[in-house]
Design a protein around this ligand. Structure first.
Ligand SMILES: NC(=O)C1=CN([C@@H]2O[C@H](COP(=O)(O)OP(=O)(O)OC[C@H]3O[C@@H](n4cnc5c(N)ncnc54)[C@H](OP(=O)(O)O)[C@@H]3O)[C@@H](O)[C@H]2O)C=CC1
Ligand SMILES: Cc1cn([C@H]2C[C@H](O)[C@@H](COP(=O)(O)OP(=O)(O)O[C@H]3O[C@@H](C)C(=O)[C@@H](O)[C@H]3O)O2)c(=O)[nH]c1=O
Length: 290
């Protein structure tokens, strides 16, 4: 039996891994969130893993409120960077493979073609900066790591853009949504399946040495406006979506204008077929409304 610790398991990604875990009976999962294991405490992590023979840590914990992070710099850094250092230290000292999740918001958005893993990060705000700091700790401390940068996560769980659009779409006759920020939505269910697939490949191959940084999102490209329009059409909400510019949307954090991720590496190394973003919305909405 391979033992796996999941941190931040009550969030979007952690909840999807939890649902899918029943299909993987070669793995024993230890699902934790802040109440069971606060990753900000190095000693708590050390105590938790004692006598559990953990082989993998999947870190789904994070400070994900992009706007609030601008005013809560310290807490965002503690959770997204310092706590990740704790996990990397414990993983490295105990021969554990650390699977860590990061974000498209580590990029500035200056590209006009999809970002590859080795392109220079240049975050625009506190959230992106602290996430990049966390990545660097993982790369520098824990050789056996997989960092997966993903983008625009949505699921039936927690807070996300799709759920916000479904709610506002019922409450309002029209909604203004930015059309000049382009990226790719990622169904957290697909990312969770991919993480479990990757773990299976690594655990079946003792010679695996493709550790490092990867990009994963669904296929395709769209703006938040396109995403919102597709959500409203699929959910049959009557709300009209107006396309606006970022400068006309009031918020605290700047977001990249372009954050499409190049997924060639993950597709090649782990033999993946990735569904198009448009094809996954229905699946998620069905789960929310059933
Ligand atoms: N959401 C998105 O659009 C994207 C997310 N990502 C990355 O993907 C990963 C998963 O994101 P997502 O599932 O959306 O995140 P969520 O915000 O849904 O979940 C994060 C979970 O971590 C918990 N948590 C916070 N602090 C701690 C702590 N100190 N110790 C243990 N648990 C803690 C949170 O608890 P509580 O809710 O109580 O704070 C929450 O349950 C993150 O690394 C995120 O940066 C990347 C790209 C896009
Ligand atoms: C709710 C809303 C948002 N927007 C804009 C604001 C913003 O530019 C964009 C997305 O808004 P949100 O605040 O929902 O999403 P945001 O918090 O920017 O989402 C990000 O979260 C972090 C955790 C990530 O890692 C990123 O990949 C990304 O998913 O849409 C509108 O234009 N109209 C609206 O009604």
């Amino acid at each position: 039996m391979t033992n796996i610790l999941i941190t931040g398991s009550k969030g979007q990604l952690g909840s999807e891994i939890n649902e899918l875990s029943v299909k993987y009976n070669q793995f024993q999962f230890f699902f934790t969130d802040i109440e069971e294991l606060d990753i900000c405490s190095l000693n708590a992590i050390k105590d938790y893993i004692k006598n559990k023979n953990i082989s993998y840590i999947i870190n789904c914990a994070a400070y994900t409120n992009v706007d609030q992070a601008e005013e809560n710099k310290e807490l965002a850094k503690i959770i997204n960077a310092d706590a990740v250092k704790n996990l990397a230290t414990v993983a490295s000292q105990n021969n554990i493979t650390l699977i860590h999740i990061s974000t498209d918001y580590v990029f500035s958005g200056d590209n006009s073609t999809p970002y590859a893993e080795d392109q220079k990060a240049k975050p625009m705000g506190v959230y992106g900066n602290t996430k990049f700091e966390g990545e660097e700790y993982v790369r520098n401390i824990c050789q056996q790591h997989i960092i997966i940068r993903t983008s625009w996560l949505y699921s039936p769980f927690g807070k996300n853009f799709l759920k916000t659009m479904l709610r506002l779409g019922k409450e309002k006759a029209s909604l203004d949504v930015v059309g000049d920020q382009v990226g790719t939505p990622t169904y957290a269910y697909d990312l969770a399946s991919t993480i479990l697939h990757i773990m299976q490949i690594i655990s079946e191959n003792s010679l695996f040495n493709n550790f490092g940084t990867y990009h994963y999102s669904n296929e395709g490209v769209c703006s938040w406006y396109d995403f919102a329009t597709e959500i409203q059409n699929t959910s049959k909400n009557r709300c009209k979506i107006n396309c606006i510019e970022s400068k006309d949307f009031q918020c605290l954090a700047k977001r990249p204008h372009y954050s499409v991720l190049n997924k060639s590496k993950i597709k090649h190394i782990f033999t993946l077929e990735i569904p198009h973003w448009r094809s996954r919305i229905k699946h998620c909405i069905k789960r929310i409304t059933e």
